[in-house]
Design a protein around this ligand. Sequence first.
Ligand code: PGA
Length: 254
Amino acid sequence: MRKKIIAGNWKMNKTFDEGMGLVSEISNMLKDEYHGNAEVIIIPPFVHINAISRMVVSDRNLSVGAQNCSNHVSGAFTGEVSAAMLKSCGATYVIIGHSERRQYFGELNDWLAKKVDAVLAEGLIPIYCCGETLEERESNKHFDVLKSQISEALFHLTSEQMSKVVVAYEPVWAIGTGKTASTAQAQEVHAFIRTLLKDKFGAEVSDNITIQYGGSVKADNAKELFSAPDIDGALVGGAALQSRSFVDIVKEMA
Ligand code: PGA
């Protein structure tokens, strides 16, 4: 059985006090209202990770992740944060290759491959993001783009390593735009990604990999998205900044 995962990526939002307040609301609401099996991950800015992981330590199914990490182990890399540091602060997941990192910070697939390695080397779980721009979709290049994003950053892994990776399909045109991919569009891409992984790593690995969808996920579209056979959860941005909207999405995952 594939693990179902709902992750809330706060991006660069929430001061410390705001963040702590939001987590305690989410934690209380989940205890009262959620009886399903999905794992819920809070992905705050780096500086809140330690405090949040202490807060949620006894919560069933609630984990903490980071939005990025260095590809280096340690050393003179001012401003960077290593996978070992994240682990020591209680993170268990790390987003790698979010489209905002690709777009604003020039992160390329070969660079992201090294970040995936750094995360796996510490025993953390990479959430590897891929997704096409609107222009790429409109010119029907999306499958080629996805194939390069997946193959160039993940195909150097062993099957055992790959079995630890979570993939998130996030069409860039759907992120923060209020425009969600239709369930059929998302399912088509998720199935395509699973086939790519199957051809490279075998059916046992590909069948067990969690593939999340991200891009304007809200409570009112989550149910339909989650009903698709290859959509195993969501990476949520805007709707993760409020407890009610985030928990309502989680509750759509049985
Ligand atoms: P969004 O962001 O839910 O605000 O579209 C998703 C993401 O960037 O992970």
